[in-house]
Design a protein around this ligand. Sequence first.
Ligand code: PMP
Length: 440
Amino acid sequence: MTQRSQDGAREVLHARSAELYTRACRVIPGGVSSPVRAFRAVGGTPLFIARGAGAQVFDADGRSYLDFVGSWGPLILGHAHPAVIAAVTAALARGSTFGAPCAAEVELAERIVSAYPAAEQVRFVSSGTEAVMSAIRVARAFTGRELIVKFAGCYHGHADHLLVAAGSGLATFGRPSSAGVPEAFTAHTRVLPLDGEQALAELFAREGERVAAVIIEPLPANHGLLPQRREFLEALRRLASTHGALLIFDEVISGFRVARGGAAELYGITPDLVTFGKVIGGGMPVGAFAGARHIMARLAPDGDTYQAGTLSGNPVAMAAGLATLDALERESAWAQLESRGAELERLLAPLLARPRFPLQLVRVGSLFWLSFHARGASRTAAPLASVESARFAAFFHAMLERGIYLPPSPYEAYFLSLAHSDRDLAHFAHALPAALAAVP
Ligand code: PMP
């Protein structure tokens, strides 16, 4: 089939999504509320999702898909989990928001504090972006310093000073990677490559006394999945402490997903501050940042660092988060998710043994990624060649045709949930060879 006839066939299959997309493009920039949803990396019409149930999503045309996006991380229990629906419905019936403290936020904060040793106090916000922005503000206030060190390939939300170009592998001054961000806003951001103790040591030797915080996704999952060496994370901890800087773990994806105590537990490293989102909100808009009491004490109203939110600690969102964490505990989720991930890996290993083109599976617990990089999966962020991106796009659509919904970008990790059954994993494994064969 030619590209045009393929596109035409897809349009017919997804007629209602296509119609909605046309309408959306008139009134919403790019037709979407967040760019990756627009399918630009894979082509075609984004699916408009009408509903989800367990591991399935159903599009506006009534077709069902096995979902490996999971709303990009929050849905660790799957879609429309009965316990979450019950908790949210009950909370909503009592009123949706008060702009005053509520019991549920205390309970969720207590739950986070008991699960995550670095967290003595927690402040809730409404997104991961806000969580990171606020953690950095408190880190700067606490240290009285300005510089932030981040790593190329790590995403920390869309706050101005963190929208900095993924570096070229060298220590570099921050340059905005988005229009609308003045260079002055990123002048206090330094970008280093992942996996490089040397570059970090050099930066600290050069300007360590100016560094307020080093921020990292301890399990980088926004440029594919790039698990780091423990020694590298230990070097971050050591260098930050030596130079009086704070270490911030951005666990917006990994928090309560890869272990009860997140990646910090997995690696046995304690950050000074941590950011959460996704899982702790059970599918509702929630973020949080947490840390030692003496650092968090800088926040208003006790301290001089302002941070606030109309819907922060929202009772309905807190109820969803609590119901999710309850279910995770009840179902010994982390062991289960690891064994499902291991099962998927076992099923896929023989299928990936002799690929027609470079392809590698990377997995940590319930997060996995198929790397289309010719030079193999790595620990540092590297762009895909255009032929590799094109392979992914073809693979994506071939999987979609087989009823499997993957993230529509070659740089996004795939998410497993407790709702993915053995049958679902077998479905993925069954679809894979044919989808790979469809890649030109
Ligand atoms: N940090 C990390 C590690 C993330 O993955 C994300 C979003 N994917 C964010 C921060 C920003 O979170 P949000 O989209 O909720 O603002």
